[in-house]
Design a protein around this ligand. Structure first.
Ligand code: ATP
Ligand code: MG
Length: 482
């Protein structure tokens, strides 16, 4: 028989793929049970048998209620970490805050002892985390009402074989139904404790399509400057989530209007008021947001779309933006480094910003297409064209302009012909030059290989060993003559 746990996994994957923000919220406690995977039921049963409370809590419960697939499963219990390790021998300590992780079916489940937090002197982490608190205290420390619910049973309820219940002291269910992000308790105080809750509010609003409740929104506007104290890594995490939302501009505009964006990305807010002769009445900021909404692709492409013109404010002179691609690539590098964005993504974004100004004409020869592929790198071409399509849309042009379509076709044609496009496609390598020409390893070898590559990119039929060695010999002689 099919394992019913598989059914959950498959259903979950589908929910993620559709990135559906309007998933129906069936919100009765009994509707939750079948959406909780067997592994979680088992963990809850193990805790109950050992005489402890066990609840699904936080973001995973919110997602279950929303009909979305949780990224991970979080449980909470009154059992302290050492006790959990007795009950679940394969549990491992995750951190000093009382979280243990349990592996099941290739996934990790986090179980955290009830805790309360106090004293947030630096606006970003509690000075003290106390165990021995209650479920209600644990829920009260959480950020938003939708994240402050629990589903499960106390030890006493389990002894009486009662059904699991939904514990919702702050009206999270009603807020989920109404599509509202609302701070638990006094928003000004809660954002004062941990400034990350402000970008989190905006991220949830952007990703779920929720509105931020007025007092919560006002508190963000009032405390926005505190986000300067956050680590780049935590901010970068939230920014990434905003950028991969269905319409990143919604979150970015909200972050901007509340004053949150300026301290985080001053290079981007500097685009306000920079004129663009693209869409009537719109400036560079509007253009960047239209571009990031239009781009189809992963986080790197979305950052590239947001930042492709980030060099413009600095170089603007007489209505022109000379070398804004070169300057913009440097600015993008600084921003992504500051936000501790993964190196591979950062490097890709920098290259995309650097090369986004290519200007293809249908009169280009095939050799010009090959030189283009070599210059930008074969691995970047698809993304670069996707960025151009989005840049066009952001400029009020259609996405399928004849030049972009033609460029894509002609690049594909060259790639299909498997013509040499880089050093590693050459019929010889550095070892050949050293062995056949008696060269010493060193920069000259690299320079010769580069010049040979230029030649075969222009004229692919020159890519054969004897001819290339002869050309290399001639190159060496001409350097010696000088
Ligand atoms: P997602 O996993 O989709 O990013 P999440 O809400 O699960 O969203 P996590 O960072 O996994 O976010 O946190 C799990 C839970 O811990 C949250 O749902 C919330 O209850 C609580 N939490 C997380 N960060 C904070 C915070 N900065 N302040 C208060 N509570 C928080
Ligand atoms: Mg989570």
């Amino acid at each position: 028989m099919e394992d019913p746990a598989d059914a959950y996994t498959t259903a979950s994957a589908d929910t993620t793929a559709s990135a559906d923000t309007t998933a129906s919220a069936d919100t009765t406690a009994s509707a939750i049970a079948p959406r909780v995977p067997l592994a979680v039921h088992d963990l809850m049963a193990a805790l109950a048998t050992a005489g402890h409370d066990a609840y699904v809590v936080g973001g995973s419960l919110r997602d279950v209620v929303l009909g979305r697939a949780p990224e991970d499963w979080d449980l909470t219990t009154d059992a302290p970490p050492d006790r959990m390790r007795e009950i679940l021998p394969d549990a491992a300590y995750e951190n000093r805050f009382g979280t243990v992780v349990v592996p099941r079916d290739g996934l990790l489940y986090e179980i955290t002892t009830y805790r309360s937090e106090s004293g947030y002197a630096d606006h970003r982490r509690p000075d003290e985390v106390a165990f021995g608190s209650t479920l209600d205290e644990d829920l009260a420390r959480r950020d938003f009402t939708m994240n402050a619910m629990a589903w499960g049973r106390s030890a006493a309820a389990a002894r009486e074989s009662l059904d699991p219940e939904l514990v919702d002291p702050f009206g999270g269910l009603a807020d989920i139904r109404a599509g509202i992000v609302r701070a638990v308790g006094d928003p000004v105080a809660r954002f004062g404790e941990d400034a990350l809750r402000m970008p989190r509010a905006i991220r949830f609003s952007a990703v779920l399509g929720f509105t931020i409740e007025p007092a919560t929104l006002a508190a963000i506007a009032g405390r926005a400057a505190d986000v300067r104290l956050l680590s780049g890594e935590r901010v970068g995490g939230e920014m990434g989530r905003i950028l991969v939302a269905p319409s990143p501009s919604v979150g970015l505009r909200l972050a901007d209007s509340t004053g949150l964006l300026e301290p985080l990305l001053p290079e981007v807010t500097a685009q306000h008021g920079v004129p663009q002769a693209k869409i009537d009445g719109e400036d560079l900021w509007d253009h960047s947001l239209r571009t990031v909404d239009a781009v189809r692709g992963d986080l790197a492409l979305r950052y590239a779309a947001l930042l492709h013109d980030v060099g413009k404010p600095a170089v603007m002179a007489d209505g022109r933006f000379i070398h804004h691609d070169v300057v913009g690539a440097r600015v993008a590098d600084t921003i992504l480094d500051r936000m501790r964005v993964e190196r591979a993504i950062r490097e890709r974004v920098v290259r995309l910003v650097r090369h986004h100004m290519f200007s293809y004409e249908m009169t280009w020869s095939d050799a010009a297409i090959r030189r283009f592929l070599r210059r930008v790198g074969v691995d970047l071409v698809d993304d670069l064209i996707a960025l151009r399509v989005a840049d066009d849309v952001g400029s009020g042009l259609p996405p399928d302009g004849p030049r972009t379509t033609d460029l894509r076709r002609r690049c594909d044609e060259q790639l299909a012909a498997r013509v040499p496009l880089g050093r590693r496609d050459l019929a010889i390598d550095g070892d050949d030059l050293i062995a056949e020409l008696g060269l010493q390893p060193g920069p000259l070898v690299g320079r010769i290989l580069d010049r040979l590559t230029d030649k075969v990119v222009d004229e692919p039929r020159l890519n054969e060993r004897r001819g290339l060695l002869a050309t290399a010999r001639a190159m060496v002689r001409s350097t010696e003559d000088r």
